[in-house]
Design a protein around this ligand. Structure first.
Ligand code: ME8
Length: 686
């Protein structure tokens, strides 16, 4: 099997890591775990980028020399990765000797190719980006793209002949259509290169914190030339050992023998997809197999910053809700290539919905209850001739989920893999509802109960394998409850589920604590409060419909309407009729599952619905749809609802509605909006 190598960017050590860094690191950890459990020789690298002007300045601000400054911050990275269940095989620091020797070698090779020359640099530099910018990238002393300040730098410098590589890079891109993903990013890269490339300044003289340029120690190596080299220095690349021969790890995991994938945030695409390949071409070294640039994450819809109070270190969140729940949420809620928003409310909805009600409940219902009481906790024996259509449907779903999920994980689309896996969670839960094992136990229909129990337990076994890359601890816990050993991947052995019936009859299950215990309102409040004051404000909005209800009840007629108007009138002040993303996200729309529906006595129009939106109790929503739907037609149906609308009281019927059903209407009639899949109640509509 072809060895696999996955890397994260090496993070600047100018502060502690936050949820954005965690996002990349978790995705890389997931990919490493997936390939490892498929039996591939796998290596996962992360590390820290410790040189450069930014860090030198930060250290100075604190009155420390740069080395002491970075040394003090390093433990926070190790602690953060441990807290979120990431287990890199290696952690490279650019201040290590093993790194310096490879940077030296790369420089010398580029020099020998005639691609490095001494010149004079004059231009704009952004210390935050550690990048040079041309006049067209700058506006009012700031980088147009991100608003970071630039300063005019004038100094002698070594240049890399990037211009020489324009055609070679374009030809390479043409020949390697998957070199950069997603495709949109690749197109941007190609367009940038097509404009023609300028030579790049790769040394600095105005500060000292960096690696010395070989043979010119008054220059330090440009921090990106230094940093990008980590991907091969950590493997013991060329220059590592005497005589410059690369080590065994390099030979195994780097191209051409290994598949080497760099996972990065989209803002550093240019460095990884243009500079790095050009340096490697110049040095006569193979390029990585692929660069995958993921989207940028905001927190509660704002850019993360300490001053905005939304700078989120990952460990406290993992402690509050569980490492694996956090990993699941981050990998499920967004397509890796897209921008995303971290929202505590969505995290809780996923926790209670997908994880608690979906997966945890399935295990609990079966192991802690049915199998324990009916079969003494042992997996029953079932022969295939006893399987009916319902069982065959679960098996077919498991096979379909496993096939799609494997494809999507391999394709770096974890959210789609999880969607595919949740099809099995949904179908198995439905199977339990259809077969009613409690009723079977009560009626003493043991033979049928054996079949049902086995089917659910085996489905759980498949889930414990497929979900392991995302939730390793919870999956091993789940397996322990099934009486199975932890996944523990082994090189050369494919652990991905493929054959139904692997759970051996007679295995002793071991009921344990619920995997994802439900948080009541007080616990949810504590969860928010623990994670910071601005978050507590979000809770006030979310869990206090009662407060709002009293207010509305007391208000004179029409006042509630006024309140709604105020919300809509916050469309942009410039009068374009457009709203901002913040305004849109102020409307909390969620997927609901109709638990019950009945006509409101005395009204032709109103139906009273009880809708599960992932909260402890179903919401009561009054909807003016009685002329279009019989109540029974709605029960069990998934619908989209607005959940944070001010409660509306229908005084005539003594009833209050706590939300609104979304529907469309034309001449042909009215139709409520429903998804075409069994999406978990409580998930945000986005
Ligand atoms: O750029 N959303 O380091 P860095 C998503 N040292 N991902 C985020 C994020 C956010 N809001 N914030 C950070 C550097 N990241 C260089 C890299 S590599 C040779 C040198 C993640 O500390 C994302 O992966 O600024 C992004 O690319 C990286 O952290 C930037 O980390």
């Amino acid at each position: 099997m072809r060895p696999y190598y996955i890397t994260t960017p090496i993070y600047y050590v100018n502060g502690e890591p936050h949820i954005g860094h965690a996002y990349t690191t978790i995705a890389a950890d997931l990919l490493a775990r997936f390939h490892r459990m498929r039996g591939r020789p796998t290596r996962f690298l992360t590390g820290t980028d410790e040189h450069g002007q930014k860090i030198e300045r930060k250290a100075k601000e604190q009155g420390l020399d740069p080395q002491t400054f970075v040394d003090r911050l390093i433990p926070s990275f190790h602690e953060a990765w441990k807290a979120i269940g990431c287990e890199p095989d290696d952690f490279i620091r650019t201040t290590e000797k093993r790194h310096e020797v490879v940077v030296d070698e790369l420089w010398k090779r580029c020099l020998a190719s005639g691609d490095i020359y001494l010149g004079h640099y004059e231009g704009w530099y952004s210390v935050i980006d550690e990048a040079f910018f041309t006049e067209k990238d700058i506006e009012n002393g700031k980088v147009k793209e991100n608003g970071h300040p630039v300063e005019w730098v004038k100094e002698p410098g070594y240049f890399f002949r990037l211009s020489k590589y324009t055609d070679q890079l374009l030809a390479y891109f043409e020949a390697h259509p998957d070199f950069v993903r997603p495709e949109g990013k690749f197109n941007e890269v190609k367009a940038f290169v097509k404009q023609g490339l300028e030579d790049l300044n790769i040394s600095r003289t105005t500060f000292r914190w960096g690696l010395p340029v070989p043979g010119a120690p008054d220059h330090v190596v440009y921090v990106w030339f230094d940093a990008l080299t980590n991907y091969i220095s950590a493997l013991g690349g060329p220059g590592s050992v005497d005589g410059g021969a690369p080590g065994a790890l390099y030979a195994k995991h780097w191209e051409p023998h290994g598949e080497a994938v760099h996972l990065i945030g989209k803002e550093i695409t240019r460095f990884h997809c243009i500079y790095w390949p050009a340096f490697l071409m110049s040095a006569g070294l193979p390029l990585p197999t692929q660069v995958f640039a993921h989207g940028w994450m905001t927190v509660n819809n704002a850019k993360m910053s300490k001053s905005a109070g939304n700078f989120l270190p990952p460990a406290p969140i993992a402690e509050a809700i569980g490492t694996d729940a956090l990993r699941y949420y981050l990998m499920r809620d967004v397509a890796l290539g897209s921008d995303s928003d971290f929202s505590h409310a969505s995290l809780l909805a996923r926790y209670h919905g997908d994880l608690g009600n979906g997966l945890g409940n399935l295990l609990n219902r079966m192991v802690a209850s049915i199998v324990r009481t009916s079969f003494d906790g042992r997996v029953p024996h079932v022969t295939s001739d006893r399987l009916g259509d319902l069982e065959r449907n679960v098996i077919a779903t498991a096979e379909r989920s496993a096939e799609s999920a494997a494809k999507f994980f391999a394709d770096i689309a974890p959210h789609r893999a999880l969607e595919a896996i949740w099809e099995l969670v949904g179908v198995t839960n439905k199977y339990v509802d259809q077969t009613e094992p409690w009723a079977l136990a009560k009626k003493g229909e043991t033979a049928r109960l054996e079949v049902v129990s086995y089917t659910v337990l085996e489905s759980l076994r498949w889930l414990s394998l497929m979900l392991w890359p995302v939730m390793p601890s919870k999956c091993d816990e789940l397996r322990a409850q099934l009486g199975l050993p932890p996944v523990a991947p082994t090189e050369g052995l494919d652990r991905w589920p493929s054959a139904w019936g692997g759970l051996v009859a007679g295995t002793q299950t071991k009921p344990g604590a619920p995997l994802f215990p439900r948080m009541d309102d007080d616990q949810q409040r504590a969860f928010y409060l623990r994670l910071g004051a601005p978050v507590a404000a979000a809770l006030e909005k979310k869990v206090e419909p009662k407060k709002a209800e009293t207010k509305t009840d007391k208000a004179p007629k029409g006042e509630a309407k006024k309140e709604t108007k105020v919300t809509t009138s916050t469309t942009d002040a410039a009068g374009t009729g457009l709203i901002t993303i913040d305004q849109l996200s102020a409307v909390d729309m969620r997927l609901g599952l109709v638990k019950s529906a009945e006509r409101v006595a005395g009204s032709d129009k109103l139906l009273e619905l009880k809708v599960d939106i992932g909260e402890p109790e179903p919401r009561t929503i009054l909807a003016g749809i009685a002329e279009h739907y019989a109540p029974e037609a709605l029960v069990g149906r998934r619908i989209a609802v607005v959940t944070n609308l001010a409660p509306r009281t229908f005084a005539k019927f003594c009833k209050t509605s706590h939300g609104m059903v979304l529907a469309v209407k034309d001449a042909s009639g009215l139709s409520v909006l429903s998804p075409d899949k069994d999406i978990t109640p409580g998930v945000k509509v986005s």
